[in-house]
Design a protein around this ligand. Structure first.
Ligand SMILES: [Zn+2]
Length: 94
């Protein structure tokens, strides 16, 4: 295996925390950010509440999404059958 698929950037944004981030907090400071500007913090499971509360206390608009939404699941083995072999229970058959 080649070191691929584990970006170092995916660590918690909390100071001094090196945990792998599992949450992504998208937020904006209405006072300094324009409507289309979105900042992203990454949070481990232990700090997502802290960071969210930190922003919520300042009444910043925010959204929390799971990082895993963007990561392939480990349910598929690396030597799996080709994807054209019918992934999942397809609805092609009638
Ligand atoms: Zn953390």
């Amino acid at each position: 295996m080649i070191g691929f698929g584990e970006p170092e950037a995916m660590t918690c944004s909390r100071a001094n925390c090196r945990e792998t981030a599992v949450w992504r907090i998208e937020w904006r400071n209405p006072k300094i950010h324009s409507e289309d500007r979105v900042k992203v913090w990454l949070a481990c499971s232990g700090h997502v509440d802290y960071l969210r509360e930190f922003l919520a206390a300042r009444e910043f608009p925010l959204r929390v999404v799971a990082v895993s939404d963007a990561v392939p699941t480990d349910a598929v083995p690396t030597d799996a059958v080709p994807t054209d072999a019918g992934s999942a229970t397809g609805g092609a058959a009638s």
